[in-house]
Design a protein around this ligand. Sequence first.
Ligand code: ASP
Length: 467
Amino acid sequence: MRKLPLHVKIIIGLVLGIIWAFISSSLGWNQFTINWIDPFGTIFIRLLKFIAVPLVLFSIISGISGLSDVSKLGRMGFKTISIYLVTTVFAVTVGLGLVNIFKPGATIDDEQRIKNRISYELWVEETDGVKPKDNRDFLNDPQYASQVAEITNDPNREQTDSKVERTMQSAQQAKDASPLQPLVDMVPENIFGALSTNTDMLQVIFFAIFFGIVLAILPNATVGPVIDVVNGINAVFLKMVEKVMAVAPFFVFALLAGVIAKMADTPREVFEIFKGLGSYSMVVFIGLAIMIFLFYPVVASIFIKKISYKRFFNHISPAQFLAFSTSSSAATLPVTMECVEELGVPKNITSFVLPIGATINMDGTSLYQAVAVVFLAQMHMVDLTLGQQLMIVLTATLASIGTAAVPSAGLVMLIIVLQSVGLNPVWIAIIFPVDRILDMCRTVVNVTGDATVASLIANSEGELKED
Ligand code: ASP
């Protein structure tokens, strides 16, 4: 058992967690699982999160202060952001392509879709929603009069429950801000304030880059000891990651058991949830699989000759499994950094490219947002125009940049994408039930994308090491 590689042990933990969840729900032990096992999953995420902020801070400072040529930073920054953008736009396009080919929303029976369409038309009348392009008018068609009456008189029609309401409020705040707000938000008002929350990672990155550059400019006689201290502290946090990861398989078991136990009371319920949204989930899964097993390896093998398919996955799989279990690129970041370094990318690159990637590069999230919006439109019999689909490419790209690297953040930002094409944001309630599982998978893609781009940058800088 001791000899098994870490990622194999993590898979075992993962599988045992799922098995445990099913046994415990069949035997009615869910409350026991939630009370006595799930807290260890929470402890694990907390451990990773408290390491993430100082690790990002010290590793960026340490990486940049060690650069002999600071101008390299500007070049690397430009390359990093550009490649991140290209991969995100590609991911959205894959999502849009698949959802238009498979049309998962059209698999729902027509009677239900007509009802959905009628409630959509009612909503368009009441708000500033966009009229569907086919111009059919179900509301005034005598054939559908009884359905219209039934829906109009339904007191529960498309009501937002409190959870959706709260989600919508936070998305609205993001939408109301000025276009330059993200730039303003990057600059901390108070660095201790930024360090004390887990949500202001870009501010921490901004401060660390600035601090690192100044350290690199000043003479060694003045700042040498500071650099030594930073390097020392950085080594301590890296060791902490290693220690936490040694027990990760157990924690992953607890996380998975807890997540599933909270999702539904019986295994049947889990299957029921998936049945209705199965075709939508399948399309998201296919898209994410294309990214992981085709797009990234192909890009890597075209541009980086030194990294084989097997070597890539061997090294980064612990980060992938962790992303799956935690649903958070931020919590996974310390491990992603370690894995990518083992892949041969030097520290000064991982410490710069990966924290930025964890914050702004979310290929999985943007792909899922594209699929979700079109799926929801399809199940309401609303055909989107080409202009609307292009709008989705733009907003899903921007929304994924603005998505926080924590569980379910992509769902919140989905509201903005829905609104950008004039659709009803309350629809997110429809896909709530399967969102956690999809979140787990899209986070794996987010992390894999960051790792691929870090290797591309290292390769283009001629700094990728051989195995
Ligand atoms: N959970 C995702 C992440 O942390 C974000 C999301 O799509 O919800 O990468």
